[in-house]
Design a protein around this ligand. Structure first.
Ligand SMILES: [Zn+2]
Length: 54
């Protein structure tokens, strides 16, 4: 089983369960949080445009 992010061999069962090594898991979580933050902003933007249209 390799890390989904860097393809290095995962050593612990916990990492295998996560699909990432500890460092990559943290980076992946940060990237997900950033994606979510952007996603929320886009949703708000769309909601605003919808409001303006009417
Ligand atoms: Zn990794």
């Amino acid at each position: 089983m390799e890390c989904k992010r860097c393809n290095r061999q995962l050593k612990t069962q916990k990492s295998i369960d996560n699909g990432y090594g500890p460092t990559c898991k943290k980076k992946q979580e940060e990237a997900d949080a950033e994606f979510l933050r952007i996603q929320i902003t886009i949703d708000e933007e769309l909601a605003y445009q919808e409001k303006v249209k009417r």
